[in-house]
Design a protein around this ligand. Structure first.
Ligand SMILES: [Fe+2]
Length: 433
């Protein structure tokens, strides 16, 4: 059945297959290296690149031996071949176990030296054992043992590190250990190879490469996701910083409301959370609350800081700040949808507010929440025209304004959130710890 079977031709087919896969892997690694500039991909590209050079060298020698009568085999051929293989494996292992410079790891460095020493010893032993492609039993055995050592080193190195893709790498490399284990077994049972083994060995190689590619692919995807998250975090930080700069510029102008935006946001979030608003709504409420008075940037400092001497025109001027604020945020893409929260935060529940005189539930929910939070902080903070109310007095004012100035249901929600009980006369009577 296997008359005419030439192990060298069989080996050439396997080598050609390995070349194509190593080419794909090297290409993937180079693309990612250029895109991410990460040391992991640099070492992977080096590892698979060295494997490619090794395979080309091996194929050239095999072809030369097949089509020429040349049988002498220089020590340089196996030595170079195995040194390249060793370097390739070590670079690949190093790529997966390192985030920083891999060769700073003493573990990898010491194994690197040990493996190169072993490689040189194996090649010397091989050389003295025989010539051409027939190295004799001990030469072949040493070669297989050396291969096994290299693979076990890879598994041990990978398993020492906390990698998300560890399992894929260990399973893939273990398949090669099985392949070389079978080859060692074959050495002790010489003769024509069985069809079973002829099928098993390339199958193991195919599965190994499949697992390597899918593992590398998974690593690339997880890196992409991580870099997306990082970009989002930086974008969000930039967004927050820009908001903070806006708030700071308002507070630099309006000295009596310093810290007011932050406290209003805090109260508004308490109400929003108590209402069980979804995350997306809470984020919208947060931005609406922190920017509710941003329109005051457009009001002159003389008016903002002299509340005692405001004339009718000045009051009308201040009343423009919700519209100015809504116009400011409408020009910012990511804040467009909070315009209504800002525009209507001075509307009153009974319809006597401004700018539109909306009443009841016509006023957007977020504006009704901000109105309560705004009043609570305004009453309990120091202002030039009056001393701050005590907390109880401020709550009593909110209760008194429920149904006229404020949404009564939301006032109740705030009291529940603060664990405040209401007496039959309507005043706030107790607050538990
Ligand atoms: Fe306001």
């Amino acid at each position: 059945m296997f008359n005419g079977f030439d192990p060298q031709v069989y080996r050439l087919y396997l080598t050609a297959f390995s070349f194509i896969i190593a080419l794909i892997l090297a290409r993937m690694a180079i693309i990612e290296w250029h895109r991410n500039n990460r040391v992991t991909y640099k070492y992977l590209a080096l590892g698979f690149g060295i494997m490619l050079i090794k395979i080309v060298a091996e194929t050239t020698v095999s072809l030369y031996a097949l089509w020429s009568s040349q049988t002498s085999y220089s020590i340089a051929v196996p030595l170079i071949n195995h040194l390249l293989r060793t370097a390739g494996y070590i670079y690949i292992a190093a790529a997966f176990v390192t985030v920083k410079a891999s060769f700073s790891s003493r573990f990898i460095r010491s194994n690197f030296i040990a493996l190169f020493t072993l490689t040189a010893s194996v090649c010397l032993a091989w050389y003295f054992e025989g010539a051409a492609f027939s190295f004799g039993f001990w030469g072949d055995l040493l070669f297989q043992v050396w291969n096994l050592g290299l693979l076990v080193f890879t598994v041990l190195t990978v398993s020492r590190f906390n990698l998300s893709i560890k399992r894929g790498l260990i399973i893939a490399t273990s398949l090669l250990i099985i392949k070389h284990g079978i080859q060692v077994y074959n050495l002790f049972h010489p003769g024509e190879p069985s069809p079973f083994l002829l099928a098993v060995i390339p199958s193991l190689v195919v599965i190994y490469f499949y697992l390597m590619i899918s593992t590398l692919h998974r690593k690339i995807i997880s890196d992409l996701l991580a870099s997306d998250q990082e970009k989002n975090r930086i974008r969000e930080k930039g967004h927050q910083d820009a908001l903070r700069a806006l708030i700071n510029s308002l507070e630099a102008k309006d000295i009596y409301t310093r810290g007011h935006s932050d406290r209003v946001t805090e109260y508004a979030m308490v109400i929003g959370q108590k209402l069980g608003l979804p995350e997306e709504d809470l984020a919208k409420l947060y931005y609406g609350a922190i920017l509710h008075d941003i329109g005051k940037i457009g009001i002159s400092e003389g008016i903002l800081n002299n509340p005692l001497s405001l004339c009718h025109d000045d009051f009308n001027c201040i009343k423009k700040h919700p519209e100015i604020g809504a116009t400011i945020v409408s020009s910012i893409d990511s804040l467009k949808n909070i315009g209504p929260s800002i525009l209507y935060h001075h509307e009153r529940y009974d319809g006597s507010g401004y700018p539109m005189g909306l009443r009841g539930k016509e006023i957007p929910l977020h504006s009704r929440i901000i109105a309560i939070a705004d009043a609570l902080d305004a009453m309990s903070s120091k202002r030039i025209y009056r001393i701050p109310f005590t907390e109880e007095k401020a709550i009593q004012e909110l209760i008194a304004g429920a149904g006229t100035q404020f949404d009564p249901e939301l006032v109740k929600v705030l009291m529940d959130a603060f664990n405040i009980k209401q007496s039959s006369t309507g005043s706030a009577v107790s607050r538990s710890a």
